[in-house]
Design a protein around this ligand. Structure first.
Ligand SMILES: [Zn+2]
Length: 346
C-alpha cells in the first residue's frame, strides 16, 4: 500500500501494480508508506523504515550495478518488499536480478518472496540454514501469540506518555506487519550461499559481499561499494537504537566493526535507524564496550543475574529506540560472562 503526496496538479497512470504520477511531463513514483528512499549516490539508495506506520521494519538498499539491479535485505513484510521491488525497477530501469540477505533474522528476509521467481537470493550458509530451520516455527509462534500481543500493546498505547508512544508504536507496527503478512507468507530460501568474499563486477560499479563470521549472529554479511565508499551493514550496525545481542557474540562483533572501520566508509547504512557514517561504527563499538564493562563490573562485585538485569540504560544511550533490547542484552552478557568467569569455557 502506498500513500499519496498532495500535489496541486497531476495525472495518475496505473501501470501494472505501480502508481506513477506525471508531474510536468515527468514520471514520479508515489512514496511507499513503509519506508523513505534516500539517494546515497547515483544508482545507490537506502530504503529507511518508516517509524510511523511502516511495515518495512528493517532498512533495505537498492544498487544499480549498470547491467544489474541488486536489492539488499528485502524487509519483513512482502507488501513492503513489493513496493521496494517497484521502486528498484522504476529507479534503475531493470528488473531486480539479485537479492542479498545480510541478516538471518526474519525482519530482513520475509520479503524474499516478492522477488521470487526472477531473482537469485544470496546469503551465508548459516543464514540459509537458520531460515530453513526457523521459518515455519516462527510462523506458528506468530499465529499463536501476535494477535494477543498486538491487543496488549494497543492497550498500553491508550495510557502511554508521548515518549513511550514512540517506542510502543514501533512495536505495534511490527505486530501489524506480521498480522497483515501471515496469510501470504511462504518460505523463500536463498538459492546461493557464500562463505568468502564475493565481488560482483557491474558495468557501472563493483559490489563486494563480505561474510563476517560471528557477530550480530553467526550468519552475517555486509556489502561494500568501493567506488562510492558506501557500506550496507545490516544488523551489525544500529544507529540511535539499542542493538540486539541475543544471537551472536559481541566480542567478535566488535572485531568485525574494527575491520570494517579500516575500509574507511563514508556512508554506513544500518539495519535499523537512520543512515550513518564511520562514527556510527565507533558508536556501535562504544555501546558494546560500555554494556560489557558494566556487566563485568557487577559480576566482579558478586552480583547475581537479577541485580545485573537492573542496570539502568546508560545516560548516553537514553534517547536510543528499541529499549526493550537493553534487558535482553544484559541477560545475554551476564550469562556469557558469568560462564566464562566460572572457568566452564576454559
Ligand atoms: Zn538481526
Amino acid at each position: 500500500m502506498r500513500t499519496m503526496n498532495v500535489i496541486k496538479s497531476l495525472t495518475i497512470v496505473i501501470s501494472g501494480l505501480s502508481l506513477v504520477f506525471q508531474i510536468d511531463g515527468q514520471s514520479v513514483l508515489s512514496e511507499s508508506r513503509h519506508y523513505k528512499l534516500e539517494k546515497l549516490a547515483d544508482g545507490v539508495y537506502a530504503a529507511i523504515h518508516n517509524n510511523q506506520g511502516g511495515y518495512a521494519i528493517c532498512n533495505a538498499g537498492i544498487v544499480d550495478l549498470g547491467d544489474k539491479t541488486i536489492v539488499i535485505d528485502p524487509f519483513m513484510s512482502p507488501s513492503a518488499a513489493r513496493d521496494l521491488k517497484q521502486d528498484a525497477e522504476y529507479l534503475t530501469g531493470k528488473t531486480v536480478s539479485l537479492v542479498l540477505n545480510l541478516d538471518l533474522h526474519s525482519d530482513h528476509n520475509r520479503g524474499n518472496q516478492a522477488f521470487y521467481p526472477g531473482a537469485d537470493i544470496i546469503s551465508t550458509p548459516n543464514a540459509r540454514k537458520y531460515i530453513e530451520t526457523n521459518f515455519e516455527k516462527e510462523l506458528e509462534e506468530n499465529k499463536n501469540s501476535v494477535p494477543e500481543e498486538l491487543k496488549e500493546i494497543q492497550k498500553q498505547l491508550l495510557k502511554a506518555s508521548l515518549s513511550e508512544k514512540v517506542e510502543l508504536t514501533l512495536i505495534e507496527d511490527l505486530y501489524k506487519a506480521i498480522m497483515e503478512s501471515l496469510p501470504e507468507l511462504k518460505m523463500t530460501l536463498p538459492n546461493i550461499t557464500v562463505s568468502d568474499t564475493l565481488i560482483i563486477y557491474g558495468s557501472k560499479r563493483r559490489l563486494i559481499v563480505i561474510p563476517t563470521g560471528t557477530g550480530h549472529t553467526n550468519g552475517d554479511m555486509v556489502t561494500y561499494l568501493p567506488d562510492d565508499n558506501i557500506i550496507f551493514m545490516s544488523d551489525q550496525l544500529f544507529v540511535k537504537c539499542h542493538p540486539y545481542f541475543g544471537d551472536g557474540d559481541p566480542e567478535s562483533w566488535e572485531e568485525n566493526l574494527r575491520k570494517l572501520i579500516a575500509l574507511n566508509p563514508e556512508i554506513a547504512v544500518p539495519g535499523h535507524g537512520s543512515v550513518g557514517d564511520i562514527n556510527s561504527l565507533y558508536a556501535m563499538i562504544d555501546y558494546i564496550e560500555t554494556l560489557t564493562d558494566l556487566v563485568k563490573r557487577e559480576i566482579k562485585a558478586g552480583s547475581d543475574e537479577n541485580k545485573v538485569m537492573n542496570i539502568p540504560i546508560p545516560e548516553k544511550f537514553s534517547d536510543y529506540l528499541l529499549s526493550n533490547f537493553h534487558k535482553i542484552n544484559l541477560r545475554f552478557l551476564y550469562r556469557k560472562l558469568a560462564l566464562e568467569k566460572s572457568g566452564f569455557n576454559d
